[in-house]
Design a protein around this ligand. Structure first.
Ligand code: C5P
Length: 238
């Protein structure tokens, strides 16, 4: 059985704001160190040092940089990232199976260990209409997502990022062990913000997704530690 976990999307623009936010968890005496997602804004603002700082505090890290380039460039970029002690990172499946294989090769450290590598299928901001009219992809969006997930699996990746509503479809096509990492999570009584295809942590658990990525419901809560605990209780059941 895969490990379920809640990943907090730390979408802050500075190291100071991020570390102040994480301080709330140690101050409140939360025993475990929450899994943290670092995205492009923070990484490009603060550089690799922010990854080292958060890692030194003991948090598992998902470095969400969504690499997409020619295979050789992605391999070398992944080699650089493999020297950071991260736990999960990602690429765009649209880069092809060859690019994903190169990413995996670059990410694998000399001792054979490596972070989890997952693929973005279609961004949830891409509508089926845009995909077909602008990108000239003739298939339906769900068919595309399943095919990209199968490509990621063929390349040896560990799973995909997808909306919670797509997770069941991906599991059916790629097997239960193939990881699904799902953003778009909201508590039952909360505003959707700019997310469209959303679900609650409890429903995500029923669907069988492995990791949920939760940003504003935790980061913008009056009591972020309580919001995190609420999420963990619903999703993991502790
Ligand atoms: O604040 P919220 O819970 O909406 O944050 C969700 C996080 O997941 C953000 O960091 C967002 O960029 C990311 N994400 C997403 N949808 C995707 C891929 C990533 O919301 N398809």
């Amino acid at each position: 059985m895969n490990k379920r976990d809640v990943i907090i999307a730390c979408d802050f623009s500075s190291a100071a704001d991020t570390l102040n936010f994480l301080d709330k968890f140690s101050t409140a005496g939360v025993p475990e160190k929450p899994f943290v997602k670092i995205g492009m804004e923070l990484f490009y603002s603060e550089g690799p040092e922010i990854v080292r700082q958060i890692k030194r505090r003991g948090h598992p890290i998902f470095l969400d940089l969504k690499l997409h380039d020619i295979p050789n460039t992605v391999k070398k970029a992944m080699r650089a990232l493999s020297r950071l002690d991260i736990d999960m990172t990602n690429v765009h499946a649209a880069g092809t199976v060859e690019m994903m294989k190169a990413a995996l090769e670059g990410l694998t450290r000399p001792d054979g260990s490596r972070p989890l590598l997952i693929a973005v299928t279609q961004l949830t901001s891409t509508s089926e209409e845009r995909m077909q009219k602008e990108l000239l992809i003739g298939a339906g969006i769900n068919e595309t997502i399943v095919k990209y997930a199968q490509n990621a699996r063929e390349a040896g990746l560990d799973g995909v990022v997808c909306s919670p509503l797509e997770a069941a479809m991906v599991k059916e096509a790629c097997g239960r062990e193939f990881l699904t990492v799902t953003p778009g999570i909201r508590f039952a009584d909360a505003a959707a913000d700019d997310q469209v295809r959303i679900t609650t942590p409890a429903r995500a658990r029923e669907i069988g997704t492995d990791y949920i990525v939760v940003g504003r419901p935790i980061t913008a809560a009056a009591d972020p530690v309580e919001a995190y605990r609420h999420c963990v209780r619903e999703f993991i059941g502790e």
